[in-house]
Write a protein that binds this ligand. Structure first.
Ligand code: ATP
Length: 488
């Protein structure tokens, strides 16, 4: 069944809604732009992705610990980090449609258009001009490019543009009852700063020695100018970040190590390596001395899923300056060149930062398959989520063959035992074939059927999602069979 990638993506989105993975937020009020809710299976899948990350980062590395810092932080933190002055996108409004766009996005779309039309020279030239303008933060030049390349508003079709302005992406709110400037606080646009400001607390209380890392999973908020491509660009999203503190001078080595380690983490889920690529940043943020993205090939092209950044001592130095508190670490290890301790320094930081929602979408897209099961006799198909069993929201479903003769009771008895360790579903409605299809659609790796023979010899039929093969096994071996597949 070959489908265009556009169609496939649309199908994944509607599948995600139909089967309780992702709903538009506030849907009964016509939704809230770029905000989504995770449904009953989405929440499970998301939790399993978090667990996979947490285990790989925190549990498997004895020099990495995890924290959970508050979303609200002292406003000076965002001054120190550079977000108040610099965390913005260039935006432009169309005076007729009154719609707001990211100027760079309009230009990117035009570049794609040129590429699609085979106008490679024009595409390359525009890319170059745009990169130059962005690097120089030359906002009038961005507008000039929009005019020169005759970019029209997709809604009004007109080219009646305002000037390009910088638009800060942080959401702000007031803390306490009195609304004056001093009380303005921000919803964090990244989780990293919560790690930086706690780095000495963790180092001291955990007696951590460099190199060590601090990991965190949590919500981040960005008032994205344009939000599109489903959960790729949301205004409220989740990040899984790890800051690794290293001795200055060793950052290159650690950067390369984390770059490789993180790609391996992605590939360990069985994803085709050809779907991933590294993208090296040539235009580095002011604080970085190296940056790579790990990109995944979504149906709409390669997009960043994770960033690995060498952030130097920028963040800790800034916090030292703004807070007036020392951010230094005393390194007792002997420098082989001088035979003296390395002594006091502000550590350098390597960051790995992955968007949980993008990882979620990647996982859904990768797993989704519309499989043709037609034979010469009859047409048949199924939609199956071939999720890695560790990530599957439901690990096994239990079906009594019929609703009578004590089969439901027996099925529930088996389920009650299994549910202590695994997320299990019980289903007795509809024919077995239909029940299989429903479980395939949510990615359940095993379906267990309890029939009359079970009552005699305590064996059940277990059906495997991917091969659709069935085998008869003793019910008391189910724990082991399931855990062999789903344990980490
Ligand atoms: P982009 O260039 O796509 O806006 P970014 O470079 O601003 O992303 P980072 O600040 O490096 O992203 O954030 C780290 C990760 O957080 C990204 O790799 C991405 O997976 C995720 N992320 C960032 N912004 C969003 C968003 N608006 N919605 C969902 N995930 C996001």
């Amino acid at each position: 069944m070959s489908k265009s990638t556009d169609e496939l993506f649309k199908n994944v989105i509607s599948h995600a809604k139909e089967y309780g993975f992702v709903f538009p937020s506030s849907e009964i009020y016509d939704g809230l732009s770029a905000v989504y809710d995770y449904g009953q299976f989405g929440a499970e899948l998301k939790n399993n992705i978090k667990t996979y990350w947490w285990k790989a980062m925190v549990q498997m590395n004895d020099n990495i610990v995890g924290i959970d810092s508050a979303i609200f932080m002292h406003p000076k933190i965002w001054k120190a980090s550079g977000h108040v002055d610099g965390f913005s996108d260039p935006m432009i409004d169309n005076k007729d449609s009154k719609k707001r766009y990211r100027a760079d996005q309009l230009l990117e779309d035009k570049i794609d258009r040129y590429d699609k039309d085979g106008k490679t020279d024009k595409a390359e030239q525009l890319q170059h001009d745009m990169d130059e303008a962005l690097k120089a933060e030359d906002l009038p030049r961005l507008k000039e490019l929009i005019i020169e390349h005759e970019i029209a508003d997709p809604i009004s079709g007109t080219r009646n543009w305002t000037d390009v302005r910088q638009f800060n992406l942080m959401f702000s709110t007031q803390m306490g009852a009195v609304a004056d400037d001093a009380d303005t606080i921000y919803l964090r646009p990244e989780t990293a700063q919560g790690i930086f400001v706690n780095y000495l607390n963790v180092q001291k209380s955990g007696r951590m020695k460099i190199p060590f890392g601090i990991a965190q999973i949590g919500k981040a908020f960005r008032n994205e100018v344009i939000a599109r491509q489903f959960i790729i660009r949301m205004r409220e999203f989740e990040q899984m970040e790890m800051q690794f503190f290293v001795r200055p001078g060793t950052q290159k080595e650690w950067f390369n190590r984390w770059k490789e380690t993180r790609l391996k983490w992605h590939l360990a889920l069985g994803t085709d390596a050809a779907k991933y690529r590294y993208h090296e940043h040539t235009k580095l943020a002011h604080y970085a001395d190296a940056a790579y993205d790990i990109e995944f090939e979504f149906p709409f092209g390669f997009k960043e899923v994770e960033g690995i950044h060498s952030r130097t001592d920028f963040d800790l130095s800034q916090h030292q300056q703004y807070s007036g508190k020392k951010m230094q670490y005393f390194d007792p290890e002997l420098d082989p060149d001088t035979n003296k301790p390395y002594g006091n320094y502000i550590p350098y930081v390597i960051e790995t930062s992955i968007g949980l929602d993008r990882m979620f979408l990647l996982t859904m897209i990768n797993a989704y398959e519309e499989e043709d099961l037609s034979t010469e006799e009859k047409q048949d198909s199924r939609t199956v989520l071939r999720l890695h069993p560790c990530l599957a929201p439901v690990k096994a479903a239990i079906f009594p063959l019929t609703k009578k003769d004590g089969l439901p009771e027996k099925a529930r008895e088996i389920m009650d035992r299994l549910k202590i360790d695994f997320n299990i579903q019980y289903e007795e409605k509809d024919a077995i074939g239909k029940r299989y299809r429903r479980q395939d659609a949510i990615g359940t790796p095993f379906c267990i059927t309890v029939d009359h023979q079970t009552l005699e010899d305590n064996t059940v039929t277990i059906r495997h999602r991917d091969s659709m093969e069935q085998e008869r096994v003793p019910a008391d071996q189910l724990d082991k069979i399931i855990s062999d597949f789903v344990s980490w």
